[in-house]
Design a protein around this ligand. Structure first.
Ligand SMILES: Cc1ncc(COP(=O)(O)O)c(C=O)c1O
Ligand SMILES: N[C@@H](CCOP(=O)(O)O)C(=O)O
Length: 462
């Protein structure tokens, strides 16, 4: 298996090089040069595997012997041993036709741990085996940062700098990142939005000589390893339903911001997982829902919502989808991305829009609807949804047809977003790991966020 760029300007590279490269050096995103096709027999064989064993099988397809199987097994086992639930990502029935896939049982209570526990261990492994210097640079709207820091804090040979939008993440998210006092961690709080943070890091990665000189590595979903690790739970959830005799017409509803999680589902479907419908749920920052419903990809005005981790306008994995939408043609992707840069929008023709609408159904959930959904499921099922999950559940309520079963991805624990939960007068008890954060000192630097200012901070830190 080799990896190529959506813009077609790099020579194919192997798995480890693609993890280290992060953003492709031509400014595109890395994708596998072919998508493994799984037979029904293979799916059947995998149906009863434990989460780590299933992850091992799926990673093996993409790692292609670059890591000996015993080493890969250890990496996977270590990564999922930190989860609090024996199933790692359990599925739970909420209502007729509605399940939630709980992805928040990892160390930082969000779905990012599923990929970032693995990526943290993988970076450590690569650094030990190849002497590569690992200087991680990431942007976060709150969850990726906490999870990536947790994945590498205190690890020898690794340094990590995370940019988050100052005062635009939840209190718990801020504490999870900034109470870490390991010397290999630097938190920069940028005066701006998550889109500003993401633009800065992408521009620094695109400055290839700076990137190479300072060995910058990515932990965001621009890194293909993130996407691959996130495909596993689609399979695992499907198998959990199949084992209950519920495998017919299974939809997945995915709260979406950067388009990484739903792209992982799209990839699982392309590999042969029989997903019926992929439901894309956004909050009021609804560029992706508008794209699916109207065929126009154009940022709107930033809206602060109850699901701040999805307050994202420019979705960094959208380019990967464009690559498949346009028949894996890098020239078309390059020209569409150039058009987006120059004109600030992409408009697709009617026939292409029809294809998009066979890939996804989309719904944009406003603030009121998000809170109503939290109240509804709390009252009816005594189950507390976090506001991101609530967007996925609200979209599922709208778009699941009779006779279909939807698995809504539960991407975070409600304790991370008590600001929203309190608006409905619901009180919750924090897990001990979260409660203890409130007593700790914080370490962060507030910055204005010019590329030059960030570069200076990085040069000093790395
Ligand atoms: C809790 C939560 N839910 C959903 C999302 C959306 O995931 P993605 O960015 O992969 O679309 C994010 C982050 O973006 C998140 O932190
Ligand atoms: N919601 C994310 C935004 C970054 O997404 P990523 O999947 O590209 O890392 C966050 O919590 O930071």
């Amino acid at each position: 298996m080799k990896y190529i760029s959506t813009r077609g300007q790099i020579s194919p590279i192997g798995f480890i090089d693609s993890v280290l490269m992060g953003l492709a050096d031509d400014g595109g995103l890395l994708v596998p040069d072919h998508i493994p096709q799984l037979s029904d027999a293979t799916l059947k064989q995998w149906q009863h595997l434990s989460y780590p064993d299933l992850a091992l099988e799926i990673f093996s397809l993409f790692v292609d012997n670059e890591i000996p199987r015993a080493d890969l097994k250890k990496l996977v086992d270590d990564s999922y041993a930190t989860f609090r639930h024996e199933d790692v990502t359990p599925v739970r029935k909420l209502d007729d036709g509605l399940y939630v896939l709980e992805l928040f049982h990892g160390p930082t209570f969000a779905f990012k741990d599923v990929a970032l526990q693995f990526l943290g261990n993988l970076y450590s492994y690569i650094s030990g085996k190849t002497d590569s210097i690992i200087h991680i640079l990431g942007a976060t709207s709150g969850d990726t940062g906490a999870s990536a820091i947790e994945g590498v804090r205190g690890k020898e040979g690794i340094r990590i700098c995370i940019l988050h939008p100052h005062q635009k993440v939840s209190k718990v998210q801020e504490l999870q990142m900034t109470t870490v006092d390991d010397s290999n961690v630097l938190n920069l709080a940028v005066n701006g939005t998550f889109d500003d943070c993401q633009r800065i890091i992408k521009e620094l990665f695109a400055d290839v000589s700076f990137k190479h000189q300072y060995h910058l590595r990515a932990i965001n979903s621009i890194n293909i390893a993130r996407i691959l690790a996130q495909t596993v739970y689609y399979f695992y959830a499907y198998f959990q339903l199949a084992n209950k005799g519920q495998a017919d017409k299974v939809n997945f509803s995915v709260p979406t911001g950067n388009f990484g999680d739903i792209f992982a589902g799209f990839l699982a479907q392309k590999m042969g997982l029989p997903i019926n419908k992929l439901i894309l749920a956004t909050n009021e920052n609804n560029i992706l829902a508008r794209f699916v419903n109207e065929g126009v990809y154009q940022p709107g005005a930033f809206r602060g919502t109850h699901s701040p981790s999805m307050d994202i306008q420019v979705a960094s994995n959208f380019e990967r989808y464009l690559f498949y939408l346009y028949g894996e043609d890098p020239a078309t992707v390059t020209s569409l991305m150039a058009q987006f840069k120059a004109e600030g929008r992409i408009v697709i023709p009617e026939d292409v829009l029809k294809r998009v609408q066979t890939d996804f159904a989309a719904y944009s959930v406003d603030n009121e609807d998000c809170l109503n959904t939290i109240s509804k499921y709390h009252e009816k099922h005594d189950y507390l949804l976090d506001p991101h999950t609530a967007c996925g559940v609200a979209a599922s309520d709208r778009l699941t047809a009779n006779g279909e079963v939807t698995v809504a991805l539960s991407t975070a624990h409600p304790a991370k977003f008590d600001e929203a939960i309190r608006l409905r007068n619901i009180s919750q008890t924090y897990p001990e790991q979260i409660q203890s954060l409130f007593d700790k000192p914080q370490f962060q630097m507030v910055v204005d966020g010019s590329n030059e200012e960030i570069k200076k901070k990085l040069v000093t830190f790395f």
